[in-house]
Every structure is written in structure tokens, then in C-alpha cells.
Design a protein around this ligand. Structure first.
Ligand SMILES: Cc1cc2nc3c(=O)[nH]c(=O)nc-3n(C[C@H](O)[C@H](O)[C@H](O)COP(=O)(O)O)c2cc1C
Length: 256
């Protein structure tokens, strides 16, 4: 029997004439293909799984159960913003869109998702405090994030001491390891690529005074293990700076 020819010599059946396209070689390739195809799928599936993820933020199609952006840009320090309402009510709220942006002069910023009580108060008084949160105060910090109406004093609500600043009337957290007294230099909504304005309101303050609990100072430096500043990670996760390590910056040597 020739290759490609019907093996059926059954009575009544005419032998099939040989197919000129079916050679021994192509038959071999087909049988190999049956084995190779699943392997190919496995390999491409593996590659697809290992591929770096990329998505455009305009569609925000990250495909994950939760938006990863805030988890990626972390850990973020928490500015515990103290302000005074026009009627004298102390206000306190944590903001993790917060950071130092300059040390000469010393400046910090925080960003509010729309006009919350802190922004309303600060727009009127043009001053605020930013207390820093230690691990021991994390739960009280969280309690102070309650979206209470403007007449509620979150210092009292969270069981904290409101201390008036030395250079600003805005109160700070008496129990905090450090607090910055700030005077506003700018309040704006950042511009967006589409030419509009972001929903967030950016408040930039120049730091005019700094309170430090002497208990966190050792050897003339802030002892981070004692301060244990709390940082916001993604989702509901937090970290404190319990583990630290030191690195000296390289200096550029032209001779090398
Ligand atoms: C750890 C933490 C960080 C927060 N960071 C922000 C932030 O950066 N911007 C914001 O608008 N809200 C933030 N919030 C929510 C505010 O604290 C919350 O809306 C609060 O009620 C605002 O208070 P206020 O209206 O007195 O300003 C954060 C909450 C927590 C617990």
C-alpha cells in the first residue's frame, strides 16, 4: 500500500487514489503538530501571564479588583491636618496626599478630594497645622477621619488634646511626636491634560514653626524607631518605620 492510500480493502469499497499532497513528511509534521499545539498554547499562556502589565489611565482598564494607583505610590506620610473653623471649632483630619515639597523654605502640601471642612477652614484662616502620626496614635488618627459635620471637634471625638499653635491659631495634636505650624502660600486645583481642573484641591503651606517631642531625639537626631511614623500603603494597609536601614549617597569622582 502506498502512503496516503486508503488502507481499507473492505469489499464494496474502492481503494482511494493516493493524495499527491500527502507525503510521508507532511504526515509526520501533522502528528508532531498534535503534540506541539498544546505546548505552544501553554508557552504563550505562560508568556502572557509573565508579561508586564500596562494600562492607560484614561480608560483605567487595569483589570484588577481594586484600582492599584494609590497602592503603587506608597508608602505615603500622613499629615494630620489641624484647622480652626470660623466659629472657633477645632478640626482635625488625616491626609495621605501629603508631603514636604521644599526644605528651603520649608513647605508642605496636602490635597483634598473636593472642598472638605479642612479646606473650608484653611481658605478662611490661611493657616493650618500638620501633626505627624506615630504607631501608638494610628487608631486615633483613623477615628479622626470620620466624616463628621463641621460643628464636630474631631480632637474631642478621637480623644486627643487640641493645643493652639505658637504662631498660628490652628490647633495641633498635643500627643503627636511632632507638629508643623503652617501659613498658606497657595491653594489651587491642579490643571489636567484636558485643560480642565482636577477635583482635588491642593493646599501648600510654608512651615513657620515646628514642635518636637524630646523623647524621640537621640544623639542629636530624630530616632525613627522611637517616633515610629505611620505611613499609608494601599487599600486599608499601613506601615510604621520599625525597620530602618542606612545608606550614604555616592559622590561623583571625575578621575574614575
Ligand atoms: C489615612 C487616611 C488618609 C487620608 N487621606 C486623604 C487625602 O489625602 N485626601 C482626602 O481628601 N481625604 C483623605 N482621607 C479622608 C479624610 O480624612 C476624611 O474625608 C475626613 O473626614 C476629612 O475631614 P474634614 O472634612 O474635616 O477635612 C484620608 C483618610 C485616612 C484615614
Amino acid at each position: 500500500m502506498q502512503f496516503g492510500q486508503s488502507p481499507t480493502g473492505v469489499a464494496g469499497c474502492q481503494p482511494v487514489p493516493p493524495d499527491p499532497t500527502v507525503t510521508e513528511h507532511s504526515c509526520y509534521l501533522r502528528s508532531v503538530g498534535i503534540c506541539v499545539d498544546p505546548l505552544w498554547f501553554l508557552l504563550t499562556g505562560y508568556w502572557w501571564g509573565k508579561r508586564r502589565m500596562f494600562y492607560e489611565t484614561q480608560t483605567n482598564a487595569h483589570g484588577l479588583a481594586h484600582d492599584p494607583f494609590k497602592a503603587l505610590v506608597s508608602p505615603r506620610p500622613i499629615g494630620w491636618i489641624g484647622s480652626l473653623a470660623a466659629d472657633g471649632t477645632p478640626n482635625l483630619a488625616p491626609y495621605s496626599f501629603f508631603n514636604a515639597i521644599s526644605d528651603s523654605p520649608k513647605m508642605v502640601m496636602f490635597a483634598s478630594d473636593g472642598r472638605k471642612d479642612s479646606v473650608t477652614n484653611i481658605e478662611a484662616s490661611m493657616e493650618f497645622t500638620a501633626s505627624l502620626v506615630s504607631r501608638a496614635l494610628a487608631e486615633k488618627m483613623n477615628a479622626s477621619s470620620v466624616s463628621a459635620p463641621p460643628h464636630v471637634d474631631e480632637f474631642e471625638f478621637a480623644g486627643l488634646t487640641a493645643r493652639a499653635g505658637e504662631l498660628v491659631a490652628a490647633p495641633y495634636v498635643g500627643e503627636a511626636f511632632a507638629a508643623l505650624e503652617c501659613k498658606v502660600v497657595d491653594i489651587c486645583r491642579p490643571k489636567t491634560l484636558s485643560g480642565g481642573e482636577a477635583e482635588y484641591i491642593l493646599v501648600i503651606g510654608q512651615v513657620v514653626g515646628i514642635h518636637i517631642d524630646p523623647a524621640i531625639i537621640s544623639g542629636g537626631r530624630i530616632d525613627m524607631a522611637k517616633a515610629a511614623p505611620v505611613a499609608r500603603l494601599g487599600y486599608r494597609d499601613y506601615a510604621d518605620a520599625a525597620q530602618t536601614f542606612e545608606m550614604t549617597r555616592p559622590s561623583w569622582n571625575e578621575d574614575v
